[in-house]
Design a protein around this ligand. Structure first.
Ligand SMILES: Cc1cc2nc3c(=O)[nH]c(=O)nc-3n(C[C@H](O)[C@H](O)[C@H](O)COP(=O)(O)OP(=O)(O)OC[C@H]3O[C@@H](n4cnc5c(N)ncnc54)[C@H](O)[C@@H]3O)c2cc1C
Length: 367
């Protein structure tokens, strides 16, 4: 059986890796480069039990465990490390605590650490781009293929049910099964098959070269920006880079993932907030000013499973803020579903694409 996976983000790379572990032929088709989009620009934060009480809980727990195992199974260094996480806030100018020393010495006065919300047993981090590339390389080492090119359509049999192949820039590669894993660009696949809508939600981020100045603690802080509360996330990574992100907006998704750019005003605001947090965030230490689009579905849960009314068509997208965390268990479960007809480690029924109404393809053609 040959499976073609459309999209070389973290979901596509993990799916290819776990398919090869089951001995299934896998080809990833990527339009730009591996980890070109959100999978290369995310924070990389992982949490074992922060999805407790939601349909994502089992997927997240399984994935958190796989993240801990993969460094021993896949070649490469993507900076997997356990860490603590804290919540807190930045005291406003009118708050008498604005001059209080922070409980974490590298933070500026007035950055109040309120609570420890994750321990090295329950929270961890990876460099998401390096993780995605290493997993893809792990799949290639097991015999997978990577083809650079743009997926422009899906070919089915005469009854329009069974997958026969994928069109890449007009050329056909044959396939017995096809996985749509194009992140927010999976929306385009609703022209070719019956799929619910997937939206892109944009967030800016700044990556600083902080070396050893920032310890391995993730921070989730509230900041008062001219009377409006802003949530900021700070993720120090093992390679000495620190990822800072805040805000999210709904912006038009460019058709070409390579031309995603941040909003300059959002980057300037994020830089000002970062400089308030710590002298470690100096302008001359900025490595990247960037933005990416998270794939989001109507009910906030991913789409993982068989495309309704098809044979051999699958989708894995819509992972929202937890795509890096949930990629290994998604890839593992989808590979089991394709190879054996059912996922063994995680129940995929909460993520069945059939639960949501398919998008009317004429809405896409009208664009
Ligand atoms: C600022 C920010 C911070 C985040 N932080 C975290 C975090 O700390 N922890 C966490 O778990 N998650 C985090 N996320 C979420 C995570 O990044 C995403 O859920 C995840 O990367 C989605 O992966 P994906 O493979 O589905 O999509 P993508 O990474 O978008 O990959 C899709 C791929 O498909 C390719 N493609 C598109 N169209 C085509 C085509 N026609 N043909 C071929 N290829 C195509 C693209 O080039 C791209 O490489 C964050 C997201 C953002 C934006």
């Amino acid at each position: 059986m040959r499976v073609v996976i459309c999209g070389g983000g973290v979901i596509g790379a993990c799916t290819a890796y776990f398919l090869r572990r089951l001995g299934i032929d896998a080809t990833v088709v990527e339009r730009t480069e591996i980890a070109a989009a959100a999978s290369g620009k995310a924070g990389g934060f992982l949490a074992q039990d922060w999805c407790a009480g939601t349909p994502l809980d089992a997927l997240a727990r399984r994935s958190f465990a796989l993240h801990a195992q993969l460094p021993a199974e896949v070649a490469g260094d993507w900076g997997y490390r356990a860490m603590s996480a804290y919540s807190g806030f930045v005291a406003a100018d009118s708050d008498p605590r604005r001059d209080s020393p922070s409980a974490l010495g590298w933070l500026s006065d007035g950055v109040i650490v309120a609570q420890r919300i994750g321990t090295p047993k329950t929270t961890a981090i990876v460099h998401p781009g390096k993780f995605t590339s290493a997993t893809m390389n792990g799949a290639l080492a097991l015999g997978a293929e990577l083809r650079l090119g743009r997926v422009t359509g899906i070919v089915r049999d005469a009854d329009e049910i069974a997958a026969k192949g994928v069109e890449i820039d007009g050329d056909l590669i044959e396939a017995d099964a096809v996985v749509i894993a194009m992140g927010p660009w999976s929306l385009l696949a609703a022209q070719w098959m019956s799929l619910p809508a997937v939206y892109g939600q944009r967030s800016p981020s700044i990556v600083y070269d902080t070396g050893a100045d920032v310890p391995a603690d993730a921070l989730f802080l509230e900041y008062d920006e001219n009377g409006s509360a802003v949530s900021i996330e700070v993720f120090p990574r093992a390679d000495g880079s620190t990822h800072v992100t805040a805000f999210s907006d709904v912006a038009p998704l460019p058709l070409d993932p390579a031309v995603v750019t941040p909003d300059e005003d959002a980057i300037a605001r994020l830089q000002a907030i970062s400089e308030r947090l710590s002298p470690a965030f100096r302008a001359d230490r900025i490595i990247a000013r960037q933005a990416c689009f998270r794939p989001v579905t109507q009910d906030g849960l991913p789409l993982i499973g068989k495309v309704p009314g098809s044979e051999g068509l699958y989708v894995a997208t819509g992972h929202n803020v937890w795509g890096i965390l949930n990629a290994p268990a998604t890839g593992e479960a989808l590979a089991q579903l394709i190879a054996h007809g059912a996922a063994g480690d995680v129940d995929l029924s909460p993520f069945d694409p059939a639960r949501l109404r398919p998008l009317d393809p004429s809405l896409l053609r009208a664009r």
